[in-house]
Design a binder for this molecule. Structure first.
Ligand code: GAL
Length: 747
């Protein structure tokens, strides 16, 4: 199995959604399994006789146990008895902890498929994203007819390996039972549905999508009958039949694939039904953000914070037909405007608030906007908007790739919505310092200063990455013992943002052996002071995964933002666990200092080997909506040279970004929860921004509980994604798709 998936090196202190494990009623544990290479579907059945099979240890992969070099399928079987129950089996749930599996595994209990990490997210013809080192956990309801209480049960796991190591490892395997209402949540259970749909959509020129819909059947019994694919336009409520196959048959572990065309504007749901029974629903990419008007429209925040004498780099973000000419009324002394690019540069010597008016004009019209330069102690008065190389390029980042993404930010028009920072993450550092101790870039970054100059000339800013330890997470040189020298070098290069990642510092910390808050703060206090001494503002971003409740002291070490969690990845589990867990941090966010739930995973990501984000379109809307409400730093994680219209639409909705950039700088709180629906709300300058999220598997229709949220009767509601005022009888009723959301403003 090719390892494309780099698990963040430091997952320490991951804030978990999971409640603490409750009382364990019963535990069955295995150190060994019955094992055979090859695969036949009969091997999944409980009745199969595996007595002739080898016994294998599940502490280590099979290749370490006499099957060296074996590639292909293999099956593990675990046989166990479940006790006769005295009470109802409804009151019990089983949790299967299946250790780690390398890889593309399917798990069956008594012949019934219960889950797998097997969809084999195909990146291109050869590459498959692997989860070889993720623990598998699955749940089964006690009353699942597949279980045999008072008798023999078999777990059978089919594994596939196509290189390197293979099989189950890091055992033991255990089966636990819990009272049904006390089952602890875990997040590593994937693809539990035995029939699942997948959709890949390619944009065609005229706002249409070419969708490849794939339906996979993991029931040992084939799916047979009349297969009908329909397309529901959720705006108009109209349903259209896309395809009918009279004698369809999808065998066990087989897929049915077809191409269908849909329109990209508005949300569509494609339903596959067999003899009238719904098999699966998938939703193609959809664009909600209305096209920007041809007339100029000045977007972005209302304020810019800068310290006296520090360079100002600010691009007036304006959408509309190009060319646009820019003017600034009341431009303070020390600043100059490039009227063609709309880039303001220079510096302001004296602290104070400088109110100006931006004017943008093209041949269709003019727009103007009041704006303030706040010259004083604070930078990042609104959260940073930008890009970071990690989620797309991982350690494969290079100067060319950074520049291509920056060019993508300009060409796609994202720059016209306030996106500014271009941040280089790990892997820019040379293996050795210069003789005088100066940090150097490696061969992938031939001229970082020139890159910075080019970014600045376009009104963009440049960020960099280091660690307070000797080494970064990617094992590149960190700043330990060279803090001042590194900060000076960064300032010379024109760096505007430093992500300072704990990693190698763990070793120093362990030496102290005294984990009091002061020790967690120590390396960050040091760099914070040094950054202040530089002749430019360097936004200070702490990355230590939330240890010691960093939000409680981040501002004290002069940080502008701090990561609250471990690394995000592009799965619903990861997004959901991180995003919906940001509940205690809200009081600590405010102008100049922000909670950072990690970078965004929309568009083409892949930590060095790109694939389309595995988040569904609904999940991607949820991601941007939640991060906007959380008033988080918004750092795009995809290759911006390759964004499609869907991704650009997600990242260029002025009203959605406006919630993030609102001048009050409040972070949303979870204010309401019922079943799978969560409502997160924050005050904004002109009302309340309200996110309605559905974290469950089924669509939910909900009437906004306005009174409970303290929203006045008759308040005007606006759908921010669609940029539409809501009116009429059902203006406050929302049908929220599974993993989807609405973002509303009430005023
Ligand atoms: C991790 C960090 C990631 C990325 C990576 C680089 O610790 O959380 O965001 O910066 O290191 O090696």
């Amino acid at each position: 199995m090719k390892r494309l998936f780099i698990i963040g090196a430091a997952l320490a202190a991951l804030v978990s959604c999971a409640p603490k494990a409750q009382q364990v009623v019963e535990e069955i544990s295995f150190d060994t399994a019955k094992f055979s290479t090859g695969f036949e579907s009969a091997w999944l059945a409980p009745a199969f006789d595996d007595s002739q099979w080898a016994e294998i240890n599940i502490k280590d992969v099979y290749e370490a146990q006499g099957y060296e070099g074996y590639d292909g399928y293999s099956v593990y079987r675990f046989t166990f008895d479940l006790p006769e129950l005295t009470g109802s089996n409804k009151d019990i749930k089983l949790m299967l902890n299946l250790a780690k599996i390398d890889d593309m595994d399917w798990t069956f209990v008594n012949g019934k498929y219960i889950g797998g990490m097997n969809t084999g997210f195909i990146l291109n013809s050869n590459d498959v994203l692997t989860y070889y080192d993720v623990d598998r956990h699955y749940y089964i309801d006690g009353d699942d007819p597949a279980l045999n209480w008072g008798g023999k049960n078999v777990i059978a796991i089919r594994v596939m390996d196509n290189g390197e190591e293979g099989g189950m490892w890091d055992g033991p395997v255990s089966i636990l039972s819990y009272p049904a209402d006390k089952m602890p949540e875990t997040n590593n259970h994937f693809n539990e549905s035995a029939i699942y749909g997948d959709i890949r959509s390619i944009e065609t020129e005229d706002g249409m999508l070419n969708n490849t819909v794939t339906i996979t059947n993991m029931n040992v019994e084939p799916c047979k009958g009349q297969l009908v694919l329909t397309d529901l336009d959720t705006d108009s409520g109209k349903t259209e039949v896309l395809l009918t196959v009279d004698d369809a048959s999808i065998g066990f572990a087989e897929s049915f694939s077809t191409e269908v065309i849909t329109r990209e504007n508005g949300r569509h749901v494609i339903t596959a039904a067999l003899d009238g029974k719904v098999l699966t629903k998938v939703s193609p990419k959809y664009i909600l953000t209305p096209a920007a008007p041809a007339e100029p429209r000045i977007n972005g925040p209302k304020v810019y914070g800068v310290r006296p004498g520090s360079p100002v780099i600010f691009k007036i973000p304006a959408s509309g037909d190009k060319p646009i000419r820019y003017e600034v009324e009341g431009l303070p002394e020390g600043l100059a405007l490039d009227a063609e690019k709309g880039v303001i540069s220079g510096s302001i010597a004296t602290a104070g608030q400088y109110d100006v008016k931006f004017v943008a004009t093209n041949d269709k019209g003019t727009d103007s906007k009041d704006f303030s330069f706040i010259v004083g102690d604070k930078m990042a008065i609104t959260p940073p908007l930008g890009w970071n190389s990690w989620n797309c390029w991982g350690l494969q980042v290079s100067q060319d790739r950074v520049r291509e993404s920056a060019q993508g930010m300009i060409d796609s028009g994202l720059i016209d919505y306030g996106w500014t920072y271009i941040n280089i993450d790990d892997a820019w550092e040379a293996p050795e310092r210069a003789k005088d101790g100066r940090i150097l870039t490696n061969e992938k970054f031939p001229d970082i200063k020139a890159l910075g100059d080019w970014l600045h000339s376009n009104g963009l800013k440049m960020g960099i990455y280091s660690s307070p330890g000797d080494l970064t997470c990617g094992k590149y040189l960190g700043s330990l013992g060279h803090e001042a020298q590194d900060a000076e070098t960064y300032a010379e290069w024109g760096i505007d943002y430093l992500k300072y990642d704990w990693c190698g510092y763990g070793k120093e910390f362990d030496k102290i052996g005294n984990p009091v808050r002061e020790e967690y703060m120590r390396p960050y206090v040091l760099m914070g002071k040094i950054l202040r001494e530089q002749n430019r503002d360097i936004l200070y971003s702490l990355c230590q995964y939330g240890m010691d409740n960093v939000w409680e002291w981040g501002a004290e070490v002069d940080a502008n933002c701090w990561r609250t969690t471990g690394d995000i990845t592009d799965t619903w589990n990861s997004l959901c666990q991180i995003g919906f867990n940001q509940t205690v941090q809200y009081p600590y966010a405010g102008p100049g200092h922000w909670n950072d739930p990690d970078m965004m995973i929309v568009g083409k990501v892949g930590w060095g080997s790109l694939h389309e984000s595995r988040l569904t379109p609904d999940e991607q809307y949820t991601h941007v909506t939640l991060w906007s409400l959380l008033t988080a730093p918004l750092l795009i994680g995809c290759d911006m040279a390759q964004m499609d219209k869907f991704t650009i639409g997600l990242l260029s909705n002025a009203e959605v970004i406006g919630v993030n950039q609102d001048v009050l700088g409040k972070q949303a709180q979870k204010v309401w929860e019922k079943g799978d629906i969560q409502i997160w709300m924050k005050d904004v300058e002109d009302g309340k921004a309200i996110g309605i999220f559905n974290i469950g598997a089924d669509e939910v229709t909900i009437k906004l509980p306005a009174a409970e949220l303290g929203i006045a009767k008759g308040a005007a509601l606006r759908d921010l994604w669609r940029q539409k005022d809501l009116s009429g009888r059902n203006a406050d009723v929302f049908t929220v798709p599974s993993h989807g959301c609405y973002l509303i403003k009430a005023r």
